[in-house]
Design a protein around this ligand. Structure first.
Ligand SMILES: Cc1cc2nc3c(=O)[nH]c(=O)nc-3n(C[C@H](O)[C@H](O)[C@H](O)COP(=O)(O)OP(=O)(O)OC[C@H]3O[C@@H](n4cnc5c(N)ncnc54)[C@H](O)[C@@H]3O)c2cc1C
Length: 389
């Protein structure tokens, strides 16, 4: 850059933080405005698999790859697929030195990124209300307290319900027809041995028609369950979501006929259930270039969770920072960044939609559907007909 641009990032998620980190590594000042009141004010969610070509590439650009590896769990790539009778359909074991998609707790990755920033970079408890592009090519940031501030570049890294996005596009997320209900198990090896057997060291998924049960092992014996099904967003109509027993009964009715060991996922969890309806942006989601404003991550391309959202957010963040560093003006940097990010996001969003349609088909059949196309090599290694629980 010929002059140092004033840069604001809305959102201290993974994408915003990696963008800030790469900028700072190259001497470009940046401020991150985050709605959360502090780094630990909110639980950060489950485990993420970080892909070699995307998320890991971003962490390398951030100079954090070795520290990421030290915190990651390559063994977490183990994966089991069951049908609703708890018959093991497929079991992929994970090599300790397979670094293609090691798992890491989202909270640990976020802390790694936060700790890498110059103290004071993130302004906590600072919600952005809106952004207005200005005729001179800059952008006005509207803070929560009704003050405003002008920047040469405002980056919307503020997730699904971005307040920056309306400066670029009218698109709004819409319900994808699928809901995930989250549940948790702690100290799983001691307190929930049946759940520990099902999940192994990584992820397990049991599937039948438009329903699935997914378990993912996090660090320290913690397991997250994602009870995922096709259905209306108001599947809980008439229930108080805080009434755990009533929600449990409704879920058990949905999974009637599933093997007892799998139903334990609905019966034995600790705490309550968290309703997470799946929202998506239209595909492709694009916009005419607006000087001084851009988006990254979910703000730009919210898609069904098919294991790419966090990876793309990281890659977007690192690439946007690199573009700012490598180009003489913000305008040229945005041309370069958006010309790669937008088509890549559309390709990934289409693939994530296809995967969702394949994994959770819109069908009344309660039997599992496992098309060969899920496994390009056409093989099902180790299809041991095992019963668990
Ligand atoms: C259950 C589940 C499992 C998933 N698993 C995976 C996986 O295994 N692998 C994968 O790659 N992806 C996964 N994803 C997708 C992934 O979580 C997202 O794509 C990713 O977090 C997007 O990162 P981001 O930085 O764009 O946004 P976010 O992580 O949503 O961060 C946005 C930040 O902006 C802040 N913010 C919001 N509004 C404002 C405002 N007005 N002002 C200031 N700050 C604001 C928020 O508090 C937040 O800190 C999963 C998603 C879900 C729901």
């Amino acid at each position: 850059m010929s002059t140092t641009p004033r840069i604001a990032i809305a959102g201290a998620g993974l994408g915003g933080l990696v963008c800030a980190r790469v900028l700072q590594r190259h001497g470009v000042p940046v401020t991150v405005f985050e709605r959360d009141t502090g780094p630990r004010s909110r639980a950060q969610g489950g485990t993420l698999d970080i892909d070699a070509d995307t998320g890991q590439a971003a962490l390398r650009a951030a100079g954090l790859f070795d520290r990421f590896l030290a915190l990651s769990r390559p063994e977490g790539q183990e994966w089991r697929l069951y049908d609703r009778h708890a018959t093991l359909i497929r079991h992929d074991r994970a090599d300790e030195d397979d670094l293609s998609r090691p798992e890491i707790d989202r909270g640990r990755l976020r802390t790694l990124l936060l700790d890498s920033l110059t103290p004071g970079t993130v302004r906590w408890g600072h919600s952005i209300r809106a952004v207005t592009p200005l005729p001179r090519g800059t952008a006005r940031l509207h803070h929560h307290d009704r003050t405003t501030e002008e920047f040469d570049l405002v980056v919307g890294a503020d997730g699904a319900w971005s307040r920056v996005r309306p400066a670029l596009s009218d698109a709004q997320p819409s319900y994808a027809g699928v809901t995930m209900v989250e549940a948790r198990f702690d100290d799983v090896d001691r307190r929930h041995p049946g759940i520990a057997r099902l999940v192994g060291r990584g992820t397990m998924s049991a599937k039948a028609g438009g329903h699935s049960l997914v378990l993912q092992r996090n660090s320290d014996g913690h397991v997250r369950a994602y009870i995922t099904f096709r259905g209306p967003q108001d599947w809980h109509a008439g229930l108080d979501l805080a009434d755990t027993e009533a929600v449990r009964a409704r879920l058990l009715a949905r999974y009637q006929g599933w093997h007892e060991s799998l139903l334990d996922i609905l019966r034995d969890n600790e705490g309550g259930f968290i309703d997470r309806p799946m929202f998506v942006l239209p595909v492709p989601h694009s916009w005419q270039r607006v000087p001084g404003v851009t988006l990254l991550g979910d703000a730009a391309h919210l898609m069904p969770p098919a294991g790419v959202g966090a990876n793309l957010a990281l890659l977007d963040g690192a690439e946007l920072a690199r573009a700012v560093i490598d180009h003489p003006t913000v305008d040229e940097a945005l041309d370069s960044y958006e010309s790669v990010m937008l088509p890549r996001a559309a390709d990934n969003a289409r693939a994530a939609r296809r995967m969702l349609a394949t994994l959770l088909p819109d069908t009344d059949s309660d039997e599992a559907v496992f098309p060969d196309s899920l496994w390009p090599d056409g093989t099902l290694p180790d299809p041991r007909p095992a019963r668990t629980g």
